[in-house]
Design a protein around this ligand. Structure first.
Ligand code: C2O
Ligand code: CU
Ligand code: CU
Length: 520
């Protein structure tokens, strides 16, 4: 491939962190140390909260420590939390299997797509399509992705819904530094849970996701599930005009309401596609909402369909029913029994058709509905001994609608605090600190007139109650909190780190509706 990255990217990554704090003059000694170590080609550094004043000392100490380990012939460390006065303030990650390479080389680059016939849209994509390459890996195994940034902007990849170590989580200035144009970053982690997940940047999200940087990530069950046929349908609505040019991804007036919606719906990047299903057979259909803003009210009139999983976690199979509200970031896994050959079903958002499911002739013997998918190994919260925490989601749009010097307005708050996406230090002030291993019940209170798909990084939570609907408890990473709804979700704080907790309506997130939750 062209523009192959080289080892310089590894230590330039560390150097950049130092330069951000001290300026270019301060890095001479670090530069020497970094060069020596990088020549050994045995580790890479992930700097968390890299602008900390004690950084240089820690980096130098870690480098000489690592070198001793290696020269001494010891097996590598996997992830080391290096304490700077007590609790780990950042993580230095080194791959135990540094020689093992990667499974995917994922390139983010500009890509012209044809969404409006006869016109081109200047999208950005992971691989040759937008939404991007479908990544697949088996549950319990490593996913190793060399991510190469050929975009004109800095970016990261966040692995939505995957329970992984913080330094792989893709949050800029919390997990890692942004990956600059021309740089690469190796993401490597084990995937504990089977199901439908997705990946996207966590930098300039309105624009980056809006232009197409979203993609499905499918974690296959360890054993065959009984499904023979399968389809992944990624839903996305594009912010383009009628000749395919991008329009604003976020407009303050809209961000202060339900979020800025796109205007052209697509499935797998195609408007109104025809999706073929084998007649008389049961197909596992994974519907992923990869849109910035839109909640799809999924319905398929006349269909014989059952829900098998919500947002990656299995549920006891049940009929799809009249309509399922799939908020931004959410997924639903259906089993659909296709009608006789030639018949068509309409996959809809409320009354609006998104695509057509067409039955095509098939001669295989029909099979029965597969049994429930095996549960993921998510820790069961201890409700009797759980500590309760309140999270209030508020609208403050009337207080400040400043659009000065390129800063987004502050429109939303969680517990009286707004996240400022231009402030790299927000994660230093977590909104809650959880004790590792302890169970918690989060009381989510929507005090606004708009719904918010509330998403937590790093851990799955169990939805246990709502004052608006009857809840059959289930594990998820994103809960669509309706207007004025109060819901309870519970979790075991079993993943140490600083985890983003935010609304997945992207322009809500970028105008305040985000916070950090610390687990230590
Ligand atoms: Cu899809 Cu911060 O998440
Ligand atoms: Cu996420
Ligand atoms: Cu929201």
């Amino acid at each position: 491939m062209t523009g192959s990255p080289n080892d310089c990217a590894l230590h330039s990554y560390a150097l950049r962190a130092i330069e951000m704090l001290y300026g270019a003059g301060a890095t001479a000694s670090i530069r020497r140390a970094a060069l020596t170590v990088s020549q050994l080609q045995v580790y890479r550094i992930c700097l968390l909260r890299a602008w900390r004043p004690w950084l240089i000392r820690e980096v130098v100490e870690f480098m000489s420590f690592t070198r001793r380990q290696i020269l001494g012939g010891l097996a590598g460390l996997v992830v080391v939390g290096v304490g700077a006065g007590g609790a780990s303030r950042y993580w230095l990650g080194k791959m135990a299997d540094a020689e093992a390479g990667h499974d995917y080389e994922l390139i983010a680059a500009p890509l012209d797509v044809e969404l409006v016939p006869g016109h081109k849209t200047e999208a950005w994509a992971f691989g040759p399509s937008a939404p991007g390459t479908e990544l697949r890996v088996r549950q319990g195994e490593w996913l190793r992705v060399r991510f190469i940034n050929h975009l004109p902007v800095a970016t990261t990849i966040h692995w939505h819904g995957i329970r992984l170590p913080l330094e792989m989580d893709g949050v800029p200035y919390v997990s890692q530094l942004p990956v600059l144009p021309g740089e690469y970053f190796d993401y490597k982690f084990r995937v504990p849970d089977a199901g439908s997940y997705w990946y996207h940047p966590h930098v300039s999200s309105s624009e980056e996701l809006g232009r197409g940087l979203v993609g499905p990530l499918i974690i296959e069950e360890r054993e065959p599930t009984g499904f023979v046929y399968e389809k992944t349908l990624s839903l996305k609505n594009w912010h383009i005009d009628d000749v395919g040019n991008f329009v604003e991804f976020s407009i303050p007036r809209e961000a202060a309401r339900g979020g800025t919606a796109g205007r052209l719906s697509t499935i797998n990047g195609v408007p109104l596609p025809v999706i073929e299903l084998p007649a008389g057979q049961i197909t596992r259909v994974r519907l992923l909402n990869l849109d910035n803003t839109l909640t799809y009210r999924i319905n398929i009139p006349g269909v014989e369909a059952r829900i098998y999983a919500l947002d990656g976690n299995p549920v006891e199979p049940r009929p799809l029913g009249k309509e399922y509200w799939l908020g931004p970031g959410m997924r639903i896994c259906l089993a659909i029994k296709a009608p006789a050959a030639g018949e068509e079903l309409s996959l809809r958002n409320g009354p609006v058709r998104l695509g057509t499911l067409r039955s095509v002739a098939n001669t295989d013997a029909p099979t029965d509905w597969p049994k429930a998918l095996p549960a993921n190994p998510v820790a069961e919260p201890d409700l009797a001994n759980a500590e309760k925490l309140n999270f209030n989601f508020e609208w403050v749009g009337s207080v400040s609608v400043n659009v000065d010097n390129g800063r987004p307005p502050s429109l939303w708050q969680i517990n009286g605090k707004a996240w400022d996406i231009t402030d790299k230090t927000c994660a230093d002030r977590p909104i809650a600190s959880l004790k590792l291993g302890q169970s918690y019940i989060f009381e989510l209170k929507n005090m606004t007139q708009y719904q918010h798909p509330i998403h937590l990084h790093g851990m799955s939570f169990k939805v246990i109650a709502s004052n608006r609907h009857k809840i059959i408890p289930y594990f998820t990473d994103t809960y669509l909190l309706g207007k004025n709804e109060r819901a309870q979700v519970a979790l075991v704080a079993d993943n140490p780190g600083v985890w983003m907790f935010h609304c997945h309506v992207i322009d809500h997130m970028e105008t305040g509706l985000m916070a950090a939750i610390e687990v230590a």
